[in-house]
Design a protein around this ligand. Structure first.
Ligand code: GLP
Length: 239
């Protein structure tokens, strides 16, 4: 794993540049996208670059990591809604090529065939990740099997608490989600993980300890051949 410590603006630009380079080489690349606050700055940069004509998304396919269970795609806290609002509505991507895992048996993004679908598209070329304070990636909570594929998860209390800031009250936060598994994520060819803010300092320290344990799901990234950690000074304060 390569660690780059930059300020937030530099992080967002650097990841946008990596994606721009990939799409120049492979215009029909498959992007793995994340929600949460961490990637929003990257999406802002991608929108700017698309509007300026520097990046073309017309042939891009995307797969999102996860989705809350029980929220309709039109709910303003669903991850489908988040992606439309923060990225897809503002770039020239074909929405039918954007995928978010679903528990709806009639959906083409039904979770039990989601990994197969990713493979059918040739796999994820570039995966963006954030991290939860307890080391979860996507919604893979501590204890998740390293061999897991897309599955239904019960959220830990700490995750529900962390994410309650987006809901009117903590009781509105869904307790379950559908998430790509740790193996699904490890199958990506290249992974970048964004870790910013002092509330993520412990998580970054633990990730850098190189100990691989299911108690800290992100630690599996130590075994991936191509991971870049983009951290800011606050997150790196305990290193
Ligand atoms: C949620 C998402 C994760 C994300 C995490 C951290 O739990 N399922 O994919 O990494 O939040 O979010 P933030 O970037 O807002 O700290």
């Amino acid at each position: 794993m390569e660690l780059k410590i930059l300020n937030k603006e530099e992080i967002y630009t650097a990841i946008k540049d990596e994606i721009a380079m990939l799409l120049r080489r492979k215009p029909n690349a498959v992007l793995g996208l994340a929600t949460g606050s961490s990637p929003v700055g990257v999406y802002d940069e991608l929108i700017k670059a698309n509007k300026a004509g520097d990046i073309d998304f017309i042939n891009v396919t995307s797969f999102n990591l996860d989705e809350y269970l029980g929220l309709a795609p039109t709910h303003n806290q669903s991850y489908r809604y988040f992606m439309n609002e923060h990225l897809f509505n503002h770039i020239n991507i074909d929405k039918s090529k954007t995928h978010v895992p679903s528990t709806d048996k009639n959906s083409e993004d039904y979770y039990q065939t989601y990994d197969q679908k990713i493979q059918d598209h040739g796999g994820i070329d570039f995966q963006i990740l954030g991290i939860g304070s307890n080391g979860h990636i996507a919604f893979n909570e501590p204890g998740t099997d390293f061999n897991s594929l897309t599955h239904i998860v019960s959220l830990k209390e700490s995750t529900i608490k962390d994410n309650s800031r987006f809901f009117a009250s903590i009781s509105d936060v869904p307790t379950q989600a559908v998430s790509m598994g740790l193996k699904s994520i490890m199958n990506a060819k290249k992974i970048v993980i964004i870790i910013t803010g002092s509330n993520k300092a412990n998580a970054l320290k633990r990730l850098m300890s190189k100990e691989v344990t299911t108690d800290f799901p992100a630690s599996i990234l130590n075994k991936h051949p191509s991971v870049t950690i983009y951290a800011d000074k606050d997150a790196a304060s305990l290193l």
